[in-house]
Design a protein around this ligand. Structure first.
Ligand code: CS2
Length: 496
């Protein structure tokens, strides 16, 4: 039995209480991953259930996730979201997806046609940092990216996400339809601006008139998104089947109860009334994005690299080590919070709530998962704050140790000499730099050559190079656990 032939779901499972036929795919979402399913779609579900909203989704996956789209289609475009914590698992069936396509299966024409429907007012994205084909250190298009090179030469047959969106905008322009807004929901500061940069810069390389039209007509609202959604495992699927009374849901997803969404209110073709279901619509998202990226994602990456090296498989395992918890708190409050502009948020309380979320043992959020794609994550999570410390001559020991731990991690061997499975779009370049440098200070200097990560300024800054090198050598000499325990953290620091 599948989810769509239901009628027999246990009473505890919330189900769509609205007429799904009334929903129109007014948002087309690119990237049908676990995060979208557990975050943005749930806001739309609440709007449809409680506020008679007709904002439904068309979802499109481009590269991976063929099976996921097929699974979803098999079960009438329904799937389950389970919230999990120490008190148990609670399930809900989500029905806001009205159409699901996969570029490799349904073809480019079908995808572009879906994006060119007059009712599509928003194209939203969860394509992960690397999907933008940009340079994390500068926020500009990475024109030498092979997919971008391809899309410059073949604008009508794009391979990259920016190329696909541009091809859809081109079609709308030809048909005299208004542009949709393009809303990034990925973890980058000023993610709207990054999206604007890559689209406009790619358009300039393709067609000057299209570039002008995009610059003038397309809105790129920024957002801050937050919900911890670990990768789905066989165990997650079993638990979900248990909730559903034995029905398997291969498109199901499980997440923490917490959820936050801050959105720049810039939608010329209209938007759902997200504010009715807990999202915050604001004029300027950047202060919130920086707060979340530095305090949450920054501490996540710190815990991921050091935790992995120390043998902790999950974030909640790191929290069992008092030195790790102390270091994460110090990183948040003493090294990240002072670099933030956000007003009206109690950052000590925010840090406490993050640590409480990290302690959720039901999540089983793997350090390995967070360690992925470090070259795309380090700048906004650790390096931006380091630049501010360098400018004001303040301490950044935890941040430096985080960067050093990433370098140790991409070295490819853990502290027991076991190989690390490194997942990163620059994996080959990393292996090259590692393979051609001697272990120790030379390795640090080699990795600092990655300009898309470190820019040109950091490798030239002697204080930065020394802090990271010292931390790296300490990691080699004494290991991750001892390095975290030895951090110069004063317990009576006023900020803690
Ligand atoms: C994590 C994020 O995998 C990672 O890099 O830091 O996915 C994190 O769980 C989310 O941003 C939380 O909102």
């Amino acid at each position: 039995m599948t989810l769509s032939s239901n009628g027999t779901l246990p009473a505890a499972i919330a189900q769509p209480g609205y007429d799904r036929q009334q929903l129109k795919p007014r948002i087309l979402h690119l990237g049908f991953g676990a995060f979208f399913r557990a975050h943005q779609a749930v806001y739309a579900e609440r709007l449809a259930n409680d506020h008679a909203s007709d904002w439904g989704y068309a979802v499109v996956s481009m590269h991976n996730g063929q099976q996921k789209i097929a699974d979803l289609q098999q079960q009438g475009l329904l799937y389950t979201v389970a919230e999990m914590d120490g008190t148990g698992w609670r399930g809900q069936v989500v029905g806001v997806v009205r159409q699901a396509l996969h570029l490799q299966v349904d073809g480019l024409e079908a995808v572009l046609e879906a994006m060119a429907q007059p009712e599509v007012a928003i194209v939203s994205l969860t394509i992960s940092e690397k999907g933008y084909c940009y340079q994390p250190a500068s926020g500009q298009l990475l024109s030498e990216h092979p997919d971008i090179q391809h899309d410059i030469a073949n604008p009508l047959h794009p391979q990259s996400a920016p190329g696909l969106i541009l091809a859809a905008l081109r079609l709308r322009r030809e048909r005299g339809l208004p542009a949709f807004a393009v809303m990034s929901c990925d973890n980058m500061p000023a993610n709207g601006q990054v999206t604007r940069n890559v689209l406009c810069q790619l358009a300039q390389r393709q067609d000057a008139e299209l570039a002008d039209w995009v610059t003038q007509q397309v809105a790129f609202p920024s957002t801050m998104v937050d919900r911890i959604v670990p990768a789905v495992t066989a165990e997650t699927q079993q638990r979900i089947a248990g909730l559903l009374g034995g029905i398997a849901d291969p498109a199901g997803v499980a997440c923490e109860p917490f959820s936050q969404w801050v959105i720049e209110d810039n939608f010329p073709q209209g938007r759902p009334a997200w504010e009715k279901v807990g999202a915050e619509l604001v004029h300027d998202v950047l202060p919130y994005e920086e707060m979340k990226l530095r305090m949450l994602n920054g501490s996540h990456s710190f815990l991921a690299y050091l935790g992995y090296l120390a043998g902790y498989a999950h974030i909640s395992d790191c929290m069992q080590d008092a030195y790790f918890e102390r270091a994460a708190r110090h990183l948040m409050l003493a090294e990240q919070a002072p670099t933030l502009q956000v007003c009206g948020v109690d950052l000590a309380q925010y840090a406490d709530s993050l640590l409480a979320r990290y302690r959720n043992t039901a999540l089983k959020h793997r350090t390995w998962q967070i360690a992925m794609d470090g070259t795309q994550k380090l700048p906004q999570r650790l390096l931006d704050a380091i630049r501010l410390h360098l400018a004001q001559d303040s301490d950044f020991s935890c941040l430096a140790l985080g960067v050093a731990a990433w370098m140790r991690y991409v070295g490819g061997q853990d502290e027991q000499g076991q190989a690390i499975d490194i997942s990163d779009p620059l994996r080959e370049r990393l292996a090259d730099l590692v393979g051609n440098s001697r272990e120790g200070a030379e390795r640090v200097r080699a990795l600092l050559q990655l300009e898309t990560v470190f820019g040109r300024d950091l490798p030239d800054n002697s204080r930065f190079v020394k802090a990271v090198t010292d931390a790296y050598l300490a990691l080699l000499a004494q290991g991750a656990k001892a390095s975290v325990a030895a951090l110069p953290i004063h317990q009576d620091s006023p900020q803690e």
